[in-house]
Design a protein around this ligand. Structure first.
Ligand SMILES: C[S@@+](CC[C@H](N)C(=O)[O-])C[C@H]1O[C@@H](n2cnc3c(N)ncnc32)[C@H](O)[C@@H]1O
Length: 413
């Protein structure tokens, strides 16, 4: 990775985040201090390369309001009846989204040095409704790609196993405990309201060429698609991707549920899309055409050309395993997604230098892959444990990229 890219990256004072505790949706702790003014990775022989300057800045106490519709025209448009024949989802307690009362950027960390355009990657700690309301002031229409992997309404609590060294039985020198990272238990239909409001803000952040990928599963995918039709427009539906995997299943009277659904919408019909291609011969992707169509089989040059080009990847993906198969990636964060999945999405729907955002960040898979692929990123999570995990992950990528740059420099003399 070019060194210049590293200078754009935010990194974090990891030690300042020790003692991360759980915050669950609707119980947002307001952090007391923001940590700012760090620098990392200065490409100079005389400068320490992972140098942090920490400066504790008190959080502003000013409460602000984000209004979705500012002009009378917009307000009237929002009150209009839905188009005839347009299905709209209703749930108990459905409320129109109008505004958010928020505090400016909950806990914000920016590190590194701004690039030539003044850009620095950033990660925020807090409820993403508040974080997005804050971001809209600066990034409205600026985000090129949003990937989110929100809670699925799976009725589970997600925990991380924490190892404590030096404590434990005589046979082992370590013991462990489980720390809750985030909850996914919702009452009534608050889940749908939660997603509806956030999707509205995400749309406002998207650039005209931007796309959004919402990762979900059978629990709520059918409702979320209707909500996305409403918020983003039916015409902007691009794909319902089935990400398939396999594994043991307890299913007795139904087929094991072994795929997630990724709903892909764009802001307009003019979205960035770099068509992913796959080898013709890879398993079920073999359409046979290349091997049975005599026009092709007899023209060896054409056949070779088509083989090299590969075939367009369809909307069902069976070549990416679930994260536990990629052992070297595992960070212990529950529901972590594999980097290969994010590579596919980010490469397809953004270009180098584009701005990628994930506000249900978890272990930071989106941010890590965005960094590796030369995209800029923003991130947010309500759980300080997620902020902590992502921070370490980003720093590790920067360090290993720096040492490989160093060894190349060494080889070149
Ligand atoms: C399924 S995990 C994301 C996993 C991530 N894709 C990865 O690869 O590690 C969902 C994340 O959403 C976060 N979350 C839930 N509600 C949130 C909210 N209101 N604002 C911000 N983050 C939230 C949780 O803390 C959790 O880290």
């Amino acid at each position: 990775m070019p060194w210049a890219l590293l200078l754009r990256v935010c990194s974090w004072a990891v030690e300042s985040l020790e003692g991360a505790r759980v915050a669950t949706p609707f119980h947002v702790r307001r952090p007391g201090h923001a940590i700012s003014a760090g620098t990392v990775g200065v490409a100079s022989n005389s400068h320490p390369r992972h140098h942090f300057q920490r400066e504790e800045a008190p959080m502003p106490d000013e409460q602000l309001t984000f209004e979705l519709h500012t002009s009378e025209e917009e307000k009237q448009h929002a009150r209009r009846e839905p188009d005839k024949g347009f299905p709209e989802l209703h749930w108990r307690g459905k409320r129109p989204y109008r505004s958010t009362v928020y505090y400016p950027a909950q806990l914000k960390e920016t590190f590194g040095q701004p690039d030539e355009n003044g850009w620095m990657n950033k990660i925020f700690w807090g409820d993403n409704l508040q974080v997005m309301s804050h971001l809209l002031k600066e990034y409205r229409g600026q985000v090129d790609l949003i990937y989110i992997d929100p809670p699925f309404d799976s009725k589970a609590d997600y925990k991380k196993k924490i190892e404590i060294r030096g404590v434990g039985s005589a046979e082992s020198d370590s013991s462990s405990f489980e720390e809750k990272q985030y909850g996914d238990i919702w009452t009534n239909d608050e889940y749908l309201q939660f997603m509806y409001e956030r999707l509205i803000l995400m749309r406002k952040l998207l650039s005209d060429k931007g796309s959004i990928y919402l990762h979900c599963d059978w629990h709520r995918s059918h409702y979320l698609r209707i909500i996305m039709d409403q918020v983003l427009g039916m015409n902007n539906f691009r794909n319902e991707i089935a990400w398939c995997y396999t594994g043991p299943a307890a299913a007795q009277n139904n087929f094991p549920r072994k795929h997630d659904t990724i709903l892909f919408y764009s802001k307009s019909g003019d979205n960035v899309f770099n068509t992913p291609r796959i080898k013709h011969k890879s398993g079920v992707h073999n359409t046979g055409q290349l091997f049975s169509d005599s026009n092709i089989t007899e023209n060896l040059e054409l056949k070779e050309q088509l083989e090299i080009q590969g075939k367009k990847l369809e909307d069902w993906w069976i070549d990416i395993w679930s994260c536990d198969r990629y052992r070297s990636e595992l960070l212990g964060y529950p529901t972590q997604k594999p980097e290969a999945l994010l590579e596919r999405i980010i490469e397809a729907s953004s270009n180098p230098g584009d701005l990628v955002f994930d506000c249900f960040m978890g272990s930071g898979t989106t941010q890590a892959v965005a960094l590796k692929l030369g995209r800029r990123f923003l991130g947010a999570d309500i759980n300080l444990g997620a902020v902590h995990t992502t921070t370490k992950r980003i720093l590790n990528i920067m360090r290993s990229s720096q040492s490989s740059d160093d060894s190349i420099q060494g080889e070149l003399g």
